[in-house]
Ligand binder design. Structure first.
Ligand code: NAD
Ligand code: IPM
Ligand code: MN
Length: 359
């Protein structure tokens, strides 16, 4: 198969980790006889510096002409003082809105060999296999009015029925294919938007009698994620809660650098990116963990292109490298072997190519 992918590396470690992901996907291409055409586009601070806008028209066009989008990360202190319409983050938000990427999947898995890197006790983190289904194009991120003066600041939280229905239905469909449990997270004891959310969850749950569901408040969910993370299967929640809880959950598997994500439109078109940001503190030092981006590549193969075997090959290769005791610098593993970004990428590629020899 031949596929065209828009690559928006962005800022900071975004460039390092997308280079890693495309190198691994090229190895998959060699092994399974696919051709990936990488179409590079500007996004974020890099786009501001080079084109004066965080998401130039040309980037949108390149994405429209591609079969999927692979993204690194955007943002950094250099652009933090920019007006809100020109912040790098605005570029990412406009991209999500333009392509109607309303369902954001963020799987979290505890890898056996990384259990000792988790700040949680091994027996607590063991067996965790959950997925966040985060609403991505509504809520506080996009509500109007939104402004501040020296005396007042306003953000607006709006949700329309159809926005909630779409993401909640997706979560139930997904749970049907997994452990058949949905935890819907809200703040219905305070927020009106959460009260509508709860009502819609109940309506949709009635269509899925074989899926168990629960309503949970976001504050106690943040506690349960740390005390009993293995009790979760599918967690569906609104935009801001999903952002915060997914970073929290990343510690279960030892590093934010491990988490991949897929952001999907109703027809299946999607953007694939690691959950982490541009990590200015380690950018340009060849230290970043590329596995979140590499695993986002696997999600792209499976979800966008139906390449299941190919996606499995990446995930297996990552597992093998971790099982051999390798990790990047942010892991606190005792006795583990610390690799740079490029060394970790080569290890994963070697695993994929080993299989090539034995195929
Ligand atoms: P961050 O995710 O960039 O970093 C948080 C911490 O995790 C840092 O200590 C960093 O070194 C570490 N970390 C993150 N990814 C890592 C990796 N792959 N390997 C090893 N360590 C890793 O969050 P932040 O520092 O709060 O934000 C920095 C910038 O990134 C901000 O401008 C923010 O807006 C932006 N951001 C962008 C995205 C995105 O592009 N999707 C996501 C989150 C944050
Ligand atoms: C993420 C990021 C973004 C978000 C920012 C950079 C706009 O934190 O993808 O998780 O809040 O959605
Ligand atoms: Mn985030």
């Amino acid at each position: 198969m031949k596929k065209r992918v828009a690559v928006l590396a962005g800022d900071g470690i975004g460039k390092e980790v997308t280079n890693a992901a495309t190198a691994v996907l090229d190895a998959i291409g060699r092994r399974f006889h696919h051709e990936f055409e990488w179409v590079h586009g500007l996004l974020g601070g890099d786009a501001l510096d080079q084109a004066g806008h965080p998401i130039p028209e040309e980037t949108i066009r390149k994405c429209e002409e591609s079969d999927a989008i692979l993204l690194g990360a955007i943002g950094g202190p250099k652009w933090d003082h920019y007006p809100k319409e020109l912040r790098p983050e605005k570029g990412l938000l406009q991209l999500r809105k333009h392509f109607e990427l309303s369902v954001n999947l963020r799987p979290v898995q505890a890898y056996k060999t990384l259990l000792s890197s988790s700040p949680l006790k091994e027996e607590v983190a063991e067996g965790v296999d959950l997925v966040f289904v985060r609403e991505l194009t509504g809520g506080l991120y996009f509500g109007e009015p939104s402004f501040h003066t020296d005396e007042e600041a306003v953000d607006t939280l709006v949700y329309k029925r159809e926005e909630i229905e779409r993401v909640v239905r997706f979560a139930f469909e997904l749970a049907k294919l997994r452990k058949k449990k949905v935890s819907s997270v809200d703040k219905a004891n305070v927020l009106e938007s959460s009260r509508l959310w709860r009502k819609i969850v109940e309506e949709i749950a009635a269509e899925f009698p074989d899926v168990e569901y629960e309503h949970m408040l976001v504050d106690s969910t943040s506690m349960k994620l740390i005390t009993s993370p293995a009790s979760f299967d599918v967690i569906v929640t609104e935009n801001m809660f999903g952002d915060i809880l997914s970073d929290e959950a990343s510690v279960i598997c030892g590093s934010l650098g491990m988490l991949p994500s897929a952001s999907l439109r109703a027809d299946g078109f999607g953007l694939y990116e690691p959950v982490h940001g541009s990590a200015p503190d380690i950018a340009g030092q060849n230290k970043a963990n590329p596995l979140g981006a590499i695993l986002s590549g696997a999600m792209m193969l499976r979800t966008a292109f139906g390449m299941n075997q190919e996606a499995d090959a990446i995930e297996e290769a990552v597992k093998k490298v971790l099982e051999a005791g390798f990790g990047t610098g942010e892991f606190k593993t005792q006795g583990g072997k610390v690799l740079t970004t490029t060394e970790m990428t080569e290890k994963v590629i070697n695993e994929i190519e080993c299989e090539l020899v034995s195929d």
